[in-house]
Design a protein around this ligand. Structure first.
Ligand code: SF4
Length: 300
């Protein structure tokens, strides 16, 4: 197998050219409409966006249809101003007994109480997140750990499994994909998919420090593209893929994330090489599983 693009030397132009061309051909509004982020788009107030966004992102596991169904059900209960609703204990209790896979009973009311606590303390979830950023790190991984810790503390003692599941902690070995996804929505500039919410709140955020939300599709395609050779779907792998993409787009490494992810979700990119599907693949020219082009610069 060819080497990673992370090594010094070879031109990155073929990869950048291919991925940029791929992005140009992507129907982003259509992708956005089919993505859980579409549930957050109806909210115009940044406070509502950050609350609705965190709720949707944390429920974003399992089948997409189920995610959308249950997240929409929870949002509907909270009404048109979720940031106000979660500050009201009675309104939070209307979600007592909400069930989605691991969540049940008091999980959602307690989770929302934690969000309300952080917003009351810091003014916004964005400010709470940045308060835990120790600085000095090229990415937001340390701030993510601090944010998960703050949420966990605010949720109180004796957390149920379902409640702990809503608070991803990359320190425990995972990639904190749902938190990375939420941060992408909040921190990348508004582009019809991501929302730029925290900039709208006047917070100083840096898209260059985001970590890619690592799901099975990004992991697999990242390996195909030579962005990583790591087998474990953990935070280190997400960071390695992000660093590789940052060599293509230093100020906005996650610009390719949604399109690459949907290449996998849609089934267009199979788990094993499929000559028919690979033949029509828009990024085949730089895929280590597809046919390599003669000018592929990342060979051994
Ligand atoms: S060439 Fe085939 S394996 Fe490679 S990204 Fe495209 S569909 Fe996936």
């Amino acid at each position: 197998m060819n080497g990673l693009i992370l090594g010094p030397g070879p031109s990155l132009d073929p990869l950048r050219r291919t991925l940029d061309g791929f992005l140009e051909g992507v129907d982003r509004p259509a992708l956005a409409a089919s993505d859980p982020v579409a549930l957050v788009h109806p909210y115009s107030d940044p406070g509502d966006q950050e609350v609705a966004g965190l709720l949707v992102a944390m429920l974003a596991y399992g089948r997409v249809a189920s995610i959308r169904d249950r997240a929409q059900a929870a949002l509907s209960v909270l009404g048109p101003r979720p940031s106000q609703a979660i500050a009201d204990p009675e309104a939070r209790q209307t979600l007592a007994g909400f069930v989605y896979r691991f969540q049940k009973g008091q999980d959602l009311p307690r989770f929302l109480a934690a969000l309300a606590h952080l917003r009351a303390e810091h003014g916004s979830l964005g400010a709470a997140f940045l308060a835990g950023d120790p600085g000095g790190s090229t990415d937001y991984a340390p701030a993510m750990g601090a944010f998960a810790g703050a949420l966990s503390s605010a949720a109180g003692r004796r957390l149920s499994y379902g409640l702990r599941f809503l608070i991803p902690d990359a320190q425990k070995g995972g990639a904190a994909k749902r938190l990375c996804l939420y941060l992408r929505w909040m921190i990348r500039p508004k582009d019809g998919v991501d929302l730029g919410t925290w900039s709208a709140l006047g917070l100083s955020v840096e898209p260059s420090r985001l970590v890619i939300p690592l799901d099975t599709h990004i992991h697999r395609i990242g390996r195909y593209l030579g962005l990583t050779d790591r087998a474990s779907p953990n935070l280190e792998t997400a960071q390695e893929i992000t660093r590789a993409l940052a060599r293509l787009a230093p100020t906005d490494p996650l610009r390719y994330d949604l399109a690459l992810c949907h290449l996998g979700i849609s089934g267009r990119c199979p788990k094993r090489r499929d000559p028919v599907k690979c033949e029509g693949c828009p990024i085949r020219a730089v895929c280590r599983l597809g046919d390599e082009p003669p000018d592929w610069p990342f060979g051994e």
